[in-house]
Design a protein. Structure first.
Length: 314
């Protein structure tokens, strides 16, 4: 491969590792012409854009990490489908998926490219609205995180207890229903899911009011998400500045939101006082101060419960 592409062995090894793939022995025939073409293209791209080694590794790793999870997710979904449709055990269903991959893969590949293009266009649209009128500001002396966002968590109450006695198929349905339902609620209310962590969802929104709608939607609609009986969730929402990296978000507001979720009662939404102040003038929402409490690592916090304001029918 090094001879064919004109690239150094160290570059090839680092690229393959960044993709999350094993570097096999030198005597094994592993690479294809498609691999050589992809390597030439990314090397040319890096040179043309003047990418540092760190930036290039991040770009390659983003593709590797995402597609590894995607391939596993799709394969497991197909196994579940084949097992149900053909009344097969798990092993037989996996063998059937292997047999069918040559015909199934092209469709999935085309869907991946289409979805990526649409997601990139959506991102470009959001950035255009948010930043096109902004002026570059040197905030190097302030150390502020770059992006103002509403960030929150939704966490299933007593997840371990509720799932301890479930069979594998039931657990799969439970987790799938929660994730699909949560994504639908978040998206329809104007937010975006950052990631799901088994029994929890991390979401963001570009403004605090949309974030409040997402949080309330998860708390009030969570019991019937995706048309199934999903246990109550505890929800938090914090407005603050975050750092977006690796498809995730980081910052003090993320940590605070995680802790507030732990403090929330089932089916409720908790805010910090600063976020509550931003929503105080919105007639759609009702805010109720809760007793201050000590939270490890954060000291004393005075959470505020968010609810929909009662509007009597005329």
């Amino acid at each position: 491969m090094a001879e064919q592409t004109g690239l150094g062995r160290d570059f090839l090894r680092s690229y393959w590792r960044a993709l999350g793939l094993p570097v096999t022995g030198s005597d094994e025939e592993t690479f294809t012409e498609d691999d050589a073409q992809a390597l030439r293209e990314i090397a040319d791209f890096a040179e043309a854009e003047g990418l540092s080694s760190r930036s290039l590794t991040t770009l390659v790793r983003s593709v590797g990490h995402t597609t590894e999870r995607l391939a596993l997710w799709q394969a497991e979904a197909l196994v579940e489908h084949m097992a149900f449709r053909n009344d097969l055990d798990d092993t037989s269903a996996r063998l059937l998926v292997l047999d069918r991959l040559p015909s199934l893969a092209p469709v999935l590949e085309a869907q991946l490219v289409h979805a990526w293009r649409r997601q990139l266009a959506a991102l470009a649209g959001r950035w255009s609205v948010e930043f096109s009128g902004a002026r570059a500001v040197d905030d190097s002396g302030h150390g502020e995180l770059p992006l103002p966002r509403a960030v929150g968590f939704a966490d299933i109450v007593s997840f371990t207890t509720r799932t301890a006695s479930l069979r594998s198929s039931e657990l799969s349905d439970f987790v799938s229903d929660f994730e699909a339902g949560a994504r639908d609620v978040v998206t329809s209310a104007g937010g975006r899911v950052v990631k799901t962590i088994g029994d929890a969802v991390l979401f963001i929104a570009d403004d605090v009011h949309a974030g409040a709608e997402v949080a309330l939607g998860l708390a009030t609609e969570g019991r019937d998400m995706a048309g199934v009986d999903v246990p109550p969730v505890r929800v938090s929402l914090v407005w603050g500045r975050v750092l977006s990296r690796f498809g995730d978000v980081f910052g003090p507001s993320v940590n605070l939101a995680a802790r507030l979720t732990d403090e929330a009662d089932p089916g409720t939404v908790l805010l910090d006082p600063a976020t509550a102040a931003l929503l105080a003038g919105d007639a759609r929402f009702a805010l109720t101060a809760r007793a201050p409490r000590e939270v490890q690592g954060l000291g004393t916090i005075a959470p505020v419960q968010l609810q929909r304001a009662y509007t009597p029918e005329l």
